[in-house]
Design a protein. Structure first.
Length: 391
């Protein structure tokens, strides 16, 4: 059986070449969308520019005009409609495949959700359901469960906006429960997934180490990764991170109470000298007024081993403790705080100046992290709530 040779009009070829040259996308991708082979598209382009075709096949027909301008315009309009429909079908199929695997109810829900983006009849054809079935489904009165899900979805969206997209389903579930909603975590997770509500994407954790190549005295590791503490102001953790701005790095030193996960002291400077860490420690001491015996745990950086820092700890009658060399896990809760800060704020912003970054960091630490953000390690309380309950 002989294969029928496909014929393409000059207008089709011109539009295909124009799409290839204007989109900047790979030849393979354009050819797949148009249902032709990449070599055919390359040959058309070569002929259009007066070059010889790359294959040994007979040369393609000339791209010279063979039809009237009106026919050309009509054909181009038709091809563009075909291309738009193909692209929309592709975009529909790019959506999560559970809509294709699920039953008619789930497919109808998908169509309802995207009715303002794609034509209803096109979605029905792609998803294998009838338009009449979809419109019949729409006209049915909502069940009590659907109505309850609609009300719950409004609350989820409100909380998602309030927390600037920082809550995934575990924290969202805890926040809803704290507001009196009797709902399971699985239901919240399904509702968020169905409506595309996600927490900010977390980047892979990359542990950092501190340069401890100095001759200053090093304190022993008193903490030994024992991170369960019930009383505030018994164990503090301290560390430094750096924030990129248009003016250069802004360095943030923070002091974290292990029992409440509250940032009790912080300081921001354009350098990493001892003044930076000392400023955060003094703020924490003035704010919390800890009693004797406080364990202060940090890495082995020179800023924490400096004489001025040791004098301040002695004045507070606190015991210095330091991590092992190159082991970030000895200060894991502090690393966790900095990771949350980077994911929820730093990676979402671009600051032209250090002052802009300072304002946002202050708002995040004092206005959001300490007072609004619930913490899984605290039984989904905020650090302020945990401090009040412990006192």
């Amino acid at each position: 059986m002989t294969k029928t040779r496909r014929e393409f009009t000059p207008e089709f070829k011109r539009e295909a070449i124009a799409l290839l040259e204007s989109s900047g996308r790979p030849t393979m991708q354009i050819a797949t969308e148009l249902g032709i082979s990449p070599s055919m598209l390359r040959n058309w382009r070569a002929l259009a520019h007066g070059a010889a075709p790359r294959s040994r096949a007979a040369p393609a027909p000339s791209l010279a005009n063979t039809t009237s301008p009106a026919d050309q315009a009509a054909e181009i309009a038709r091809l563009r409609r075909e291309l738009d429909r193909t692209r929309m079908e592709r975009d529909i199929l790019k959506k999560p495949h559970r809509h294709l695997r699920g039953g008619a109810e789930m497919r109808f829900g998908f169509i309802e959700q995207h009715a303002r983006t794609f034509p209803v009849r096109l979605m029905c054809r792609v998803l294998g359901v009838s338009p009449s079935g979809y419109y019949a489904w729409r006209s049915r009165p909502e069940s009590q469960r659907a109505q309850a899900n609609g009300r719950l979805l409004q609350e989820v969206r409100r909380l998602h906006t309030q927390h600037q997209g920082r809550y995934g389903s575990p924290r969202m579930h805890a926040a809803l429960r704290s507001q009196g909603h009797r709902v399971s975590r699985g239901r919240v997770e399904r509702l968020m997934r169905r409506h595309g509500i996600r927490a900010l994407a977390r980047r892979r954790f990359r542990p950092t180490t501190t340069d401890s190549r100095h001759t200053l005295p090093i304190a022993p590791n008193l903490l030994q990764q024992k991170f369960t503490v019930f009383e505030p102001n018994r164990v503090w953790l301290a560390d430094i991170t750096y924030i990129p701005t248009g003016e250069g790095w802004l360095y943030l030193a923070a002091v974290l109470d292990l029992a409440t996960r509250k940032v009790v002291g912080w300081a921001m400077r354009d350098h990493m000298r001892t003044e930076l860490t000392l400023g955060a420690l003094i703020m924490a001491a003035q704010r919390q007024r800890p009693g004797p015996g406080l364990i202060h745990h940090s890495k082995r950086g020179s800023q924490y081993a400096a004489e001025a820092y040791a004098q301040q700890l002695a004045l507070m009658k606190a015991k210095a403790s330091m991590s092992r060399t190159g082991c970030c896990y000895d200060n894991a809760p502090m690393e966790s705080f900095f990771h949350s800060l980077k994911v929820e704020l730093v990676h979402q912003r671009s600051w032209a100046s250090r002052e802009e970054a300072r304002q946002d960091l202050f708002g995040y630490i004092e206005g959001y992290y300490n007072r609004q953000r619930i913490h899984s390690a605290l039984g989904y309380l905020t650090p302020e709530q945990a401090e009040r309950e412990a006192s």
